[in-house]
Write a protein that binds this ligand. Structure first.
Ligand SMILES: O=P(O)(O)OC[C@H]1O[C@H](OP(=O)(O)OP(=O)(O)O)[C@H](O)[C@@H]1O
Ligand SMILES: O=c1cc[nH]c(=O)[nH]1
Ligand SMILES: [Mg+2]
Length: 211
C-alpha cells in the first residue's frame, strides 16, 4: 500500500484552519470541499484516459478524455459526504456509491449501517472519501468490501491520518492495490482514538453533534 502526503502550502493553510476549534461548521464544510479538490489533483494522477480527436477553431488536434468504465467515488458517511462535491467537480463523469459506517466510541470497532454500490467493481477505478484515518478500522473494512466486489484499483483520500492507522492499513492491506492520499500524518492517537493534534470529530464539526 502506498501513502502520498501532499506537501503544498495551500493544503497546509486550509488544514490549519480546519484544525482551529474556532472554525464554524459552514467554514469547515467549505474548506473540506476546497481541500479535497487539491488532494484529488494528486490522487487522480493515474486516472484512466483515452485520446480523442477534435477540431479547435484553428485546427484539428488530439486531446484526452476520461475513459469508460466511469470511475466510482465512494464517500464513507457521514463525514465523507463533506468531500463528495469537491471530488465529483473534478471527476464529472464519475458514478457515486455510498458506504455508511460508524465507529463504536468504546471499542473503536467500525460497523456498516448502509451500502449502496454496484455489485461488480471489476475493472473500475475507485476513489474512497473519508476525512479521518484514525485506527484505520473503518477504511480497512470499507476497502475490503470494495475488493470483495472485484475492485483492483482503490485510492483513499483522507484529510488527515494517524501513524497508527497508516500502519494498520499497511499491515491489513499488504499487497492490495490501494493507495492513500492525505494532507498530513499527525503525531498519534489519544486514549479515545482521536487523532492528535487532529481536528476533532470531523462528522460533528461538519454537521453538528449526532443525536
Ligand atoms: O480510522 P477509524 O478509527 O476507524 O476512525 C475513522 C472514522 O471515524 C469517523 O467516523 P465516525 O464513526 O465518527 O462517523 P461519522 O462520520 O458519522 O461521524 C471518521 O469519519 C472515519 O470514518
Ligand atoms: O480524530 C478523529 C478520529 C476519528 N474520527 C474523527 O472524526 N476524528
Ligand atoms: Mg464522527
Amino acid at each position: 500500500m502506498q501513502i502520498n502526503v501532499v506537501d503544498h502550502p495551500l493544503v497546509a493553510h486550509k488544514l490549519t484552519t480546519l484544525r482551529d476549534q474556532r472554525t464554524d461548521s459552514a467554514t469547515f464544510r467549505r474548506l473540506a470541499d476546497e481541500l479535497v479538490t487539491l488532494l484529488a489533483y494528486e490522487a487522480t494522477r493515474d486516472v484512466r484516459t483515452e485520446s480523442v480527436d477534435l477540431i479547435t477553431p484553428v485546427t484539428a488536434t488530439t486531446g484526452v478524455r476520461l475513459t469508460h468504465p466511469r470511475p466510482l467515488v465512494v464517500p464513507i458517511l457521514r463525514a465523507g459526504l463533506g468531500m463528495l462535491e469537491g471530488m465529483v467537480r473534478l471527476l464529472p463523469t464519475a458514478e457515486v456509491g455510498f458506504l455508511g459506517m460508524i465507529r463504536d466510541e468504546d471499542t473503536l470497532q467500525p460497523s456498516t449501517y448502509t451500502t449502496r454500490m454496484p455489485d461488480d467493481l471489476s475493472g473500475r477505478q475507485v476513489y474512497v472519501l473519508d476525512p479521518m484515518l484514525a485506527t484505520g478500522g473503518t477504511l480497512v473494512a470499507g476497502i475490503n468490501e470494495l475488493i470483495a466486489r472485484g475492485a483492483d484499483d482503490v485510492t483513499a483520500i483522507c484529510l488527515l491520518a494517524a501513524p497508527e492507522g497508516v500502519a494498520t492499513m499497511q499491515r491489513e492491506l499488504a499487497g492490495a492495490p490501494v493507495q492513500v492520499v492525505t494532507a498530513a500524518v499527525d503525531e498519534r492517537l489519544n486514549e479515545q482514538g482521536y487523532i492528535v493534534p487532529g481536528l476533532g470529530d470531523a462528522g460533528d464539526r461538519m454537521y453538528g453533534l449526532a443525536g
